[in-house]
Design a protein around this ligand. Structure first.
Ligand code: UDP
Length: 397
C-alpha cells in the first residue's frame, strides 16, 4: 500500500523531550518505519519548522518524511498551528492529486482537519488517531488549557467523518463513545515499544547506593512530577532523577523550588532531556520508574520501562489501565501519600520488584513490539479499504 501519515506538529525526525515533542513523535517515527518494513511505501507529512529543512528526506527504505510549508518556517507551540491548517491541507491536496495514497492516517486532531480536507475529493479513506482528546484535556486543565476554543467540536466532527478511528487504549474508546462515535468505526491498537532498544540487558547508567526513582517525560504540569517530589519527602533515603525538558522550563523551575522547600536538595536531579538511545541505560539504573500524570492518552514511558524489566508505579488513568494494570502498581493521580506508600513497598521488597520486572517485561514483549502494532494497524487499513469499518478489537490492550 501507499500510506500517508499526517503529523502536523510531531516530526518523526525531531529530538523529543521538549514541551511539544514526545510520544507522538516517537509513535509516528516507529509506526512509519515498521509499516515500511512490512513492504509499504510510507510518507510522513509534517510541518516545516526551519527554512533549511529539505522538502523530502529519505528516512530509510520505503520511508520518506515530507516537510510541508504551512505558516512560518520556525518552531511554534502546537496550540498556535490551527490558522495554518488550511495551507497544510491545500499542500496535501496538491501532492495527493499528483499521486494519491491508498490510505491516509492522521495523527492529532489538526492533522485530521488537514487530511480530511485534502482527501475529500480524491475518495481516499482517512484513519484518525487523536493521541489526546480535547474533552479530556479541558476536563483536567480547565482554564490552563491553551487549545484553540473550537477543538472539542472539531474533534467530534473529525471522529464522525473519518473512515475509522484508531484509539490507543480502552479508556479512549469510552471517551469516543461518549462523543457519539459509533463503536463499529473504532479499533484499539496500542502504541508500541522498540524491543531492540528497551531490553533488560545493556549498559546501566552510573549510580550510588541510594534507592533510585526515575521519571521520564515532557516537562509539563499534567505529568504530575510535583506529586513525585512530594512523595519523596516520605522516603528517607531515595533519590529522584527527572529526565525531560530543560532546567529553564517553568515547570523545572517550579519543581526545583519545591524540592528545596521540601528539604530535598541534593536528592532531586533534573537532568533535562536526553536522546532516546540514552533512555534505556537510565531506566535500567532505576529501582522503580514512576509516572503519575493527571491523565494519559497512552503513556509510552511505562511500557519502555517494562520492556527494560524495571518495576513501574503509575497513576490509574488512561492507557495505564491497559498497560500497567496487573504487572505494575497503580495509584490515584495527585496523591503523594498513596505514591509514597506504593514506593516504600516496591523499594523495600526485592522479591516484589523481581516479580513486577518479570511480569512487565513479559507483557511488553507479548503485546507491544512495533512489528505487532504495525501489523494490527495495517489490518485496520485493509478493513477500511474493504469497506468493513474498523471492527472494534480491544482484546490484548
Ligand atoms: N523521551 C526521550 N527523552 C526525553 C524525554 C522523553 O526520549 O528526554 C521519550 C520517552 O522515552 C518516550 C516519549 O519521549 O518515548 C514520551 O512518550 P509518552 O507517551 O510517555 O508521553 P507524551 O510525550 O506522549 O505525553
Amino acid at each position: 500500500m501507499r500510506i500517508a501519515l499526517v503529523s502536523e506538529h510531531a516530526n518523526p525526525l525531531a529530538a523529543v523531550g521538549g514541551v511539544d515533542a514526545g510520544g507522538q513523535n516517537v509513535h509516528v517515527a516507529a509506526l512509519a518505519a515498521a509499516l515500511a518494513e512490512r513492504g509499504h511505501e510510507v510518507t510522513v507529512h509534517t510541518r516545516r519548522t526551519a527554512p533549511d529543512q529539505p522538502e523530502h528526506v529519505s528516512a530509510g527504505p520505503g520511508l520518506t518524511v515530507e516537510h510541508v510549508p504551512a505558516g512560518p518556517a520556525e518552531d511554534l507551540p502546537k496550540d498556535e498551528l490551527l490558522p495554518y491548517m488550511p495551507a497544510f491541507g491545500a499542500h496535501l491536496a496538491r501532492r495527493w492529486a499528483e499521486r494519491p495514497p491508498d490510505v491516509v492516517h492522521a495523527h492529532f486532531w489538526m492533522s485530521g482537519l488537514a487530511a480530511l480536507a485534502a482527501a475529500r475529493d480524491l475518495g481516499v479513506p482517512v484513519v484518525q488517531t487523536f493521541h489526546a482528546l480535547g474533552v479530556v484535556k479541558r476536563r483536567w486543565q480547565g482554564p490552563a488549557d491553551t487549545s484553540p476554543p473550537g477543538r472539542v467540536a472539531a474533534e467530534t466532527d473529525i471522529a464522525r467523518r473519518a473512515h475509522a478511528i484508531v484509539a490507543t487504549c480502552r479508556d479512549e474508546v469510552s471517551e469516543l463513545l461518549r462523543m457519539g462515535v459509533g463503536h463499529e468505526r473504532i479499533a484499539v491498537v496500542p502504541c508500541g515499544v522498540d524491543l531492540e532498544l528497551f531490553r533488560p540487558d545493556g549498559p546501566i547508567a552510573p549510580r550510588g547506593p541510594a534507592p533510585r526513582v526515575l521519571c521520564v517525560g515532557r516537562m509539563v504540569p499534567r505529568k504530575g512530577l510535583d506529586t513525585v517530589v512530594r512523595a519523596l519527602c516520605r522516603l528517607p533515603d531515595a533519590e529522584l532523577l527527572i529526565v525531560g525538558g530543560t532546567p529553564r522550563d517553568d515547570e523545572a523551575v517550579r519543581l526545583a523550588g519545591l524540592a528545596t522547600a521540601c528539604g530535598l536538595t541534593g536528592r532531586v536531579h533534573l537532568l533535562g532531556s536526553v536522546g532516546r538511545a540514552e533512555v534505556p541505560a537510565l531506566m535500567r539504573s532505576a529501582d522503580a520508574l514512576v509516572t503519575v500524570p493527571w491523565y494519559e492518552p497512552f503513556g509510552m514511558v511505562p511500557v519502555e520501562a517494562m520492556a527494560c524489566g524495571v518495576p513501574v508505579v503509575a497513576s490509574s488513568v488512561g492507557g495505564h489501565l491497559d498497560t500497567v494494570a496487573g504487572c505494575g502498581v497503580l495509584v490515584p493521580p495527585r496523591d503523594p501519600r498513596a505514591l509514597s506508600r506504593a514506593l516504600l513497598d516496591v523499594l523495600g521488597r526485592p522479591e516484589l520488584r523481581a516479580s513486577l520486572a518479570e511480569a512487565g517485561r513479559r507483557r511488553a514483549v507479548t503485546r507491544y513490539g512495533w512489528p505487532r502494532v504495525a501489523a494490527r494497524t495495517e489490518s485496520v487499513y485493509l478493513d477500511v479499504l474493504a469497506g468493513r469499518g474498523a471492527r472494534v478489537a480491544v482484546a490484548g490492550g
